[in-house]
Write a new protein. Sequence first.
Length: 277
Amino acid sequence: MLGVLLTGISSAFNEISFSIGKYHVNNGTQSYYTFGFLIQFFSALFICAAGFLFHDLVFSPASFPTFGLRTLVAIVEMQLATIAISRLDRGTFGFMHLSTIPFLIAIDLVLGYAVRPLQIVGMSLIILPILAFFFLEQREGKSGLWLAFSVAFLASIDISLYKYDISHFNSVEAEQGILTLILSLYFFLTAVFIKKENPLLFLKQPVYFAQASASGVATMVNSFAYLFAPASIITAAFRGFSLLAALLSGRLYFAEKNFLLRMMLFTVIIVGLILLI
């Protein structure tokens, strides 16, 4: 239960950060690269601070192969995610990103884990609404849908490698701290050299400081959630909470349409998530 509770807290802060970023990227006051920097920088600071505070910055050289692969996956994943979040409705991105769960189940099957009949039913109740929503959005000519699917696929690889590393080699603080520092550096350099922006200057403004802080809290809380439950459960809970938060912010903040239809599909997905867990 503690792991699920932490994912709920994390998803709320995550949505605050993403909504602020989406609004400002769409208004042209923030580039994709600065968006990426702001959602990674405080995450790195908070997690590293926790590592120093609890004296738990353990990083094993044996993790270099999996950590190196995870770093490459995470860079591509986060670059595509910043673009997809900006292009798509919050609710649309939430639905598409939920496909991470079927991808994770597929990885479990490849690794030889058993899947119960109820989990197959649950996975079906997740996949069918996502596919229905995907085809409805395609009919309306929405762009960025395949981007969101790509992000979900990469996220499933990222999560699997993360769970493996913290189970066999590294502490949560070291694994996530180093990764978020690398991602922060990547987005800082791309913002400076491609868009001629200094992302650090954005932090002087309260709204961008809040965006970065919310993302930092979300990343730190969600990282520790994986210590209290299997990756599939934490990911399912986080994606469910995140979808609900995205639907609510999409309706209340961005005035997105088809709210009732989206909530009906969300209800079916929640039943699927319960059966899956």
